[in-house]
Ligand binder design. Sequence first.
Ligand code: GAL
Length: 415
Amino acid sequence: MFLRASGITVAGLALSAALPSFAGEVEVLHWWTSGGEARSVSELKKTMLQKGDTWKDYAIAGGGGDNAMTALKTRVVSGKAPTAAQIKGPQIQEWGKEGTLANINAVAEAGNWDKVLPPVVADIMKYKGNYVAVPVNIHRVNWLWINPEALKRAGATVPVTMDDFFAAADKLKAAGIQPLAHGGQPWQDATLFESIALGVGGADFYRKAFAQLDPVALAGPTMVRVFEAMQRVKGYIDKGAAGRDWNLATAMVINGKAGMQFTGDWAKGEFTAANKQPGKDYLCVAAPGTGGSFTYNIDSLAMFVQKDKAAQTSQAHLAEAVMSPAFQEAFSLSKGSIPARVDVPMTKFDDCARKSAADLQTSLKANALLPSFAHKMAMSSAAEGAVTDVISQFMNSNMTPQKAAERIAKAARTK
Ligand code: GAL
């Protein structure tokens, strides 16, 4: 069972956007604790303070959010749910089933959310047709971040295909530069893996394996080739990677210690916080072999049922604030993502964000818009945890690609 919901009230408390506006407290659970992420959260805090509410930060460090999800379960079970928590993808349905989430249709209707959100986003925010969560932004996961100076020193070129990638990595290695910046944490291993899987197997394979959990795709020869590629990729990661946080890996690219990093565009928040310019100090390119595809990771705040009126009012303020065009713009400008709303102009955004917005549209038309499973967008929490375990065991042992494919197929069946 996802959560033992002893003593938790049921969902269905409708929030009214028209409630009188008086100050209350909002407590928001999130895992945005790196330099770039913390700057982005301060935008939310600022917006709430402007509305007259008080902000209680409930930050649980740990990229990818596994620690935060564990803390949240303990909190909710003990009857002290926060106002909202960073919960994503299918996990919103899991919490909805537990009866813990608040119905925020009144705010959504007043703000025309159905019109301003793409259906792929709106659907994830609803439980049984009712809005229970607010989208904060859209991150793209299948990026490769490059230090152009390091590439130049090594005489390497920007990789477009997986073969190009291995050629560039070899040149960096020969020049004494660490080819790949990585952090050996399970969610980072899974983030790297899903981009390699997309690059090796393509969009249809990715969808079958990780969104549809097709046993044939999961255990078949393409998956074996994906793990073979991962085995090669492992050779470009330094020994110090064990346990390294993602932002420290990004720092290696920022300061030229490493040439490249596979990760989502939250990395751009770190480059931005370090005053680095895209196209000059760093490059953002689609992960090798994944040019026409887009793996999405939509950050969202799910709203928990609140008993008293003041708490409900502040919660409505929070939902309104997160969806406001001004906040959507400001948050993504510092976070590295793009707004979830379709009507926020991209004029203030840099080339990486514009590329993300354009590629999202192209991939949608080409049926290559895909949920990131490493970022909790594709599978149940149980399946995602089991699949991630196999990947990280593969990264930390001599498991053969054949064995890894067998094991990942089994793990994906975890209920
Ligand atoms: C993701 C989250 C991003 C970013 C990243 C690293 O799961 O969606 O917003 O925070 O983790 O912490």
